[in-house]
Design a protein. Structure first.
Length: 267
């Protein structure tokens, strides 16, 4: 039966109602169609963007959008330990400074094949106004003994005999890892322990020079008398004193050392 007919009779009112229902149905179908088309278009746009992004990443190894930077790690803070105690100087080094010496502490040298060693090594450069040439490498104990010898008895003797001061002390040898008198197979020299110094002369403040050399025992010149006095004054403060007349190895210098002995050996 056609829409609008009731019991075989055509009803205009129902026909109009049916037309209105058909119109509303058509409108809803049209709206759904338009929405479907919009969604399809939007999907195509999204797919295009994804394809473009993938192509860029494959070609350059980077995404189109800049990555969000990560926060930088916080730097580690270091605090200086100002309370750390400085390395303490040895008692000998303190005494050496108080005695008016100019010196610097040295690292312990390599013992070498002879087994040399030097305790508390220092490089002695100056004793008051007296410069050492060259600077002497000695154990601190030996340096202190030399400083006290130069500042007291030796200085007083230079004043009394030559009426001047000591400007420079000429050093022939100090620390040296070798046998006695540089002889192969000889016992290790006191120089190999930093306990010996060889002095070959002085430069005086008035411009004069004095050098250790063989002298006649009857020579009464100031230089000869001074040389004899130096030998006598050094015997005691040092345990070994060798010089001209003791042997051929010591004709041109005085050898002073602190070898362990029961009594001083002076020739």
């Amino acid at each position: 039966m056609r829409a609008g007919a009731r019991d075989g009779v055509w009803c205009p009112e129902r026909r109009a109602d049916a037309a209105r229902r058909d119109a509303r149905a058509g409108t809803r179908a049209s709206t759904v169609t338009r929405r479907t088309r919009h969604l399809r278009a939007l999907g195509l746009v999204v797919l295009s963007l994804c394809a473009a992004t993938g192509s860029a990443a494959g070609a350059g190894g980077q995404a189109v959008a800049d990555p969000v930077p990560l926060p930088q790690p916080k730097p580690v803070e270091t605090v200086a330990n100002n309370d750390a105690p400085p390395q303490a100087a040895s008692t000998c080094a303190v005494q050496l400074a108080e005695a008016g010496a100019v010196f610097r502490s040295l690292p312990v040298p390599d013992p070498g094949p002879l087994g040399c060693r030097i305790d508390d090594p220092v490089q002695l450069e100056r004793i008051g106004d007296t410069r050492l040439s060259p600077a002497a490498t000695l154990s601190c104990t030996t340096a202190l003994k030399l400083v006290r010898f130069v500042r007291k008895p030796l200085r007083e003797e230079v004043r009394a005999t030559m009426n001047t001061e000591i400007a420079m002390l000429h050093v022939a040898a100090s620390y040296d890892c070798r046998g006695r008198n540089r002889q192969a197979g000889a016992k290790l020299s006191e120089h190999g322990y930093g306990r010996a110094i060889d002095v070959r002369g002085l430069t005086l403040a008035d411009g004069g020079d004095w050098a250790v050399s063989p002298r006649d025992p009857k020579d009464t010149s100031p230089a000869a008398r001074f040389q004899r006095r130096v030998r006598a004054l050094a015997c005691g403060p040092f345990t070994t004193v060798l010089g001209p007349g003791s042997d051929a190895y010591h004709d041109d210098h005085f050898h002073f050392d602190l070898a362990p002995r029961n009594a001083a050996y002076c020739r």
